[in-house]
Design a protein. Structure first.
Length: 247
């Protein structure tokens, strides 16, 4: 997997440089990979410093979204009335564009970490909830029939049969959320912030420092891949019985 990832990155860099050779775009349109690499080499302390707020917001938002999304899926699966009342709100959270909500959340929650975390949670909430809820609805019928034949109560069926069977589906939702989490934090930083990679990109855009924008974008990409890898590895360790589902 590491080898394939390295080959993919190398292919992307070659394609990037080839476009510059073919179309002769100036640096203010598309900087070369070498220019972006030089920004990383010369100013990596600044990139690292601005990465810390974004990473903090990302990790906190991911943890909160995992808890809230899982709890919401359990409520939907256990209470019939919740599906009629809560599910439309779940759909509404995705129908409204996050970019449209971001300015309001910054206005209500301020320019600190709270608004960025809230924006990221909104982006992750639906995939986590819907994936886990789908898994809870697709419990193997044989398991449920056996539990009912033993007069098991619904809450025990939920916790000891339906939840373990749905964990691979929850894992899929968490993987999707791991990719969306940094994006949500950066969107919040674009709307209003005084630090972070999104803030760095805004400043670079105002100064037409396109190489800096690409360097910040590459930093976001690296952190996103690392977060995904950490979540993926953790899920494989925690769900050894569902190896085929979590590969």
């Amino acid at each position: 997997m590491l080898k394939r990832g390295f080959i993919s990155i190398l292919s992307l860099i070659l394609l990037w440089q080839s476009l510059l050779w073919i179309f002769h775009w100036p640096a203010y349109i598309l900087p070369s990979p070498w220019q972006v690499a030089m920004v990383w080499y010369q100013y990596w302390p600044i990139l690292l410093k601005q990465s810390i707020p974004t990473l903090t917001e990302t990790v906190l938002a991911f943890a909160l979204a995992a808890v809230l999304g899982s709890a919401s899926a359990l409520v939907l699966a256990y209470f019939h009335w919740a599906r009629a009342w809560f599910f439309p709100w779940l759909m509404l959270s995705q129908a409204l564009p996050t970019f449209a909500l971001a300015p309001l959340l910054v206005l209500w929650l301020g320019y600190g970490e709270s608004s960025k975390i809230a924006i990221a949670i909104i982006m992750m909430f639906f995939p986590i909830t819907s994936s886990f809820y789908d898994g809870l609805k697709q419990t193997p019928p044989g398991f449920l029939a056996l539990a009912k034949s033993m007069n098991a109560k619904q809450r025990y069926i939920l916790w000891f049969i339906r939840v373990p069977a749905a964990l691979p589906s929850l894992a899929s939702g968490l993987r999707v959320a791991a990719v969306l989490a940094p994006m949500g934090a950066v969107v919040g930083e674009w709307v209003g912030s005084s630090r972070g990679l999104g803030y760095l990109m805004l400043n670079a855009n105002a100064r037409m420092q396109i190489d800096w924008m690409f360097a910040a974008l590459m930093a976001i990409t690296v952190w996103t891949l690392l977060l995904y890898a950490a979540v993926d590895l953790s899920l494989k360790k925690l769900l050894p019985w569902a190896e085929d589902s979590v590969k």
